[in-house]
Design a protein around this ligand. Structure first.
Ligand code: M6R
Length: 606
């Protein structure tokens, strides 16, 4: 999704802004631009395409010279990616960058056209720029207040008024924005990675707070102009964590970071060998009392929820409904008082997950957010929060965030099973001990890289493939399939292996490779039968299974064997070959692994 940056200080603003925008590239974008005060005038440079296009353009025409400015990476929503639709938008008096969607932009536009304004772009953003111009009375804060009371939808806005060349203004609603606090310089950023290189200190801007930022002062007021005092936050993320550190891609680096990320997520939540969720404020009695658990999320995070469902139901004997957030929010779910809603999100800003959370709260359910980004909207809005300490995940394809989400789900399941007396204390300790050992096993599992590369070389030219598994292996296959689709652009589907005969097996030919996952002992024989069925119909089969599994000769065309742990924990290891197969297939196809087409890292609009 779009990224906003801003700078006020003594450095070359264009350089800082482009550098900061490069840190937000991972969010996904199709055009970029900056506006800088040059000799008291707002100068804009923007164009379609990657930041490199903007850099080249500025090399040719000269970059705007000054120390104050705003910048933007756009992910098109209203109007195609083009130079004209790129941000900033505005005129010589007021210029803005915007994230989000202005829902009533048509009405606003009509109003402004009636007042004689002409529009050049197809964006909703231009209406806000013109409305600011229309209401501008010499006082930026008053003007912003007037405008935000007339627009609906979601927005984070970075604003420059020509009369105030030492100031950048900001306001947000339902779209995140932070102020980076430096020494003699201050920043704006859609997330901390934008300014992490310059400062780790920041303020979180809350709904409809209006910020007036200069090099040495930050003034924040609410919609009634009451001054707001903020608590300074300090990012725990290391600046190197947001760099590739010698890896070819962020995705590969993040796959390698999983061992540590899982350790950082689990270790702080284990006290004396037992799960400890006291940081959430939830008592054991309360946890044991929930009638129904809902897990709601999108994409990979929803797949982590699927693993959570299997594990919670198996160990804690408590019913879990997993739902896609965009479905949950509109299907009038039966959730209510006495239920627990768990929302899972890496970014903590996913629009549908946020809406699902709001609905759960409205209906009286208790809400727990499992979130990676500290201080994100979902983390702040939920009743309880459990941070997955994975550090920044830059690659659009989620890998380490998935592993920490399932690790958190396991620990939660153990605790729930224990407080509900579905497992004994000894059993709980045993599970926790095994989970604490998983980081080391993850490191060993990375040895399968070569095997995965070979499988990837076989998938390279496939048009479509199937992932099959049963039970937890099926839950995991969903994630394997999504990973492959999103970065290799090869169609794939995950199927419960036992369901193939009910229709899908008709697709099987020698041109439809099958990736089978078989780690669940009680189900292995069944899955092997399904493998034989697809093999008999010509499919090439690539099997992921435990290292000691005895198999008939020729059962699969390639077998990727991974270390064995308690079968309930196998998804924590099995995820790795599936991620690597997707990664290498994407590399071999020459794709932009970290920034797949059409995708954004954090989906902050519906
Ligand atoms: O930030 P979130 O975890 O809420 O994001 C949810 C999905 O958009 C995300 O997991 C997406 O499916 C991944 N990019 C897939 O790799």
């Amino acid at each position: 999704m779009c990224g906003i940056v801003g700078y006020v200080g003594e450095q070359d603003a264009a350089d800082v802004l482009v550098d900061a925008l490069s840190k937000l590239e991972y969010r996904g974008y199709d055009s970029a631009g900056i506006a800088v005060f040059e000799d008291g005038e707002i100068k804009v440079e923007k164009c379609q395409g990657r930041l490199d296009n903007l850099r080249k353009k500025m090399e040719e025409v000269g970059k705007p010279e000054g120390c104050v400015g705003i910048g933007h990476t756009r992910w098109a929503t209203h109007g195609e990616p083009s130079d004209i639709n790129s941000h900033p938008h505005g005129n010589k008096r007021v210029t803005i960058v915007h994230n989000g969607i202005i829902e009533n932009y048509k009405e606003v536009k009509e109003f402004l056209v009636g007042k004689g304004y002409e529009f050049v772009s197809e964006t909703d953003t231009e209406t806000v720029a013109k409305l600011l111009d229309y209401y501008y009375d010499g006082n930026p804060v008053d003007t912003i207040i007037k405008v935000v009371s007339e627009i609906t939808g979601s927005y984070a806005l970075g604003i420059m008024f020509a009369d105030y060349p030492e100031h950048v203004y900001a306001v947000r609603k339902d779209s995140p924005m932070l102020i980076g606090v430096g020494k003699g310089e201050n920043f704006l950023g859609s997330d901390v990675t934008a300014f992490l290189k310059y400062t780790k200190d920041y303020y979180l801007i809350e709904q409809d707070e209006i910020c007036d930022i200069t090099a040495n002062a930050i003034k924040i007021v609410d919609i009634h102009k009451n001054p707001i005092k903020k608590e300074l936050q300090t990012a725990t993320w290391d600046v190197n964590a947001a760099e590739k550190g010698g890896y070819a891609h962020f995705m590969l680096k993040e796959i390698h970071e999983q061992s540590n990320a899982v350790k950082m997520t689990i270790s702080p939540r284990v006290k004396d060998g037992m799960p400890d969720f006291s940081e959430t404020g939830m008592t054991k009695e309360e946890l044991a009392s929930f009638r129904q658990i809902y897990i709601v999320a999108c994409g990979t995070a929803m797949h982590a929820g699927m693993v959570g469902k299997y594990v919670i139901e198996k160990l804690a004997r408590t019913s879990v409904i997993v739902d896609i957030a965009s479905e949950f929010r509109y299907r009038d779910p039966l959730i209510g008082e006495g239920d627990l809603l768990i929302v899972i999100s890496q970014s903590g800003e996913t629009a549908d997950t946020k809406a699902a959370l709001a609905l759960g709260k409205e209906r009286g359910a208790k809400t727990l957010a499992i979130v990676n980004v500290v201080g994100s909207s979902i983390a702040r809005e939920a009743d309880m929060v459990l941070y997955t300490n994975a550090g920044p995940e830059i690659s659009v394809a989620s890998t380490k965030a998935y592993s920490v989400q399932i690790a958190a789900m396991y620990l939660f399941a153990f605790e729930l099973a224990y407080v509900k007396k579905a497992i004994s204390e000894d059993e709980c300790r045993k599970y926790v001990k095994e989970l604490l050992e998983i980081p080391d096993y993850i490191t060993h599992t990375l040895d399968v890289k070569k095997d995965c590369q070979q499988v990837a070389s076989k998938l390279l030219n496939a048009d479509s493939l199937l992932y099959i598994g049963r039970g937890l292996d099926y839950a995991l296959s969903m994630e394997g399939s999504l990973k492959l689709k999103e970065i290799s652009y090869i169609h794939s589907e995950s199927y419960a292996a036992g369901e193939l005969k009910h229709g899908t097996i008709s697709l099987i030919t020698e041109h439809m490779p099958v990736i089978a996952v078989a780690t669940q002992k009680a189900l292995i024989e069944k899955t092997v039968s399904n493998i034989k069925e697809v093999k008999a119909r010509g499919a090439k089969v690539y099997l992921v299974c435990g290292e000691s599994l005895q198999l008939e000769e020729g059962i699969a065309d390639a077998i990727i064997r991974i270390p064995e742990v308690d079968e309930i924990l196998m998804p924590t290891l099995c995820a790795i070959p599936l991620q690597l197969i997707a990664y290498y297939t994407s590399v071999l196809r020459g794709n932009d692994v970290d920034k797949p087409r059409n995708l954004a890292k954090s989906v902050t609009v519906e």
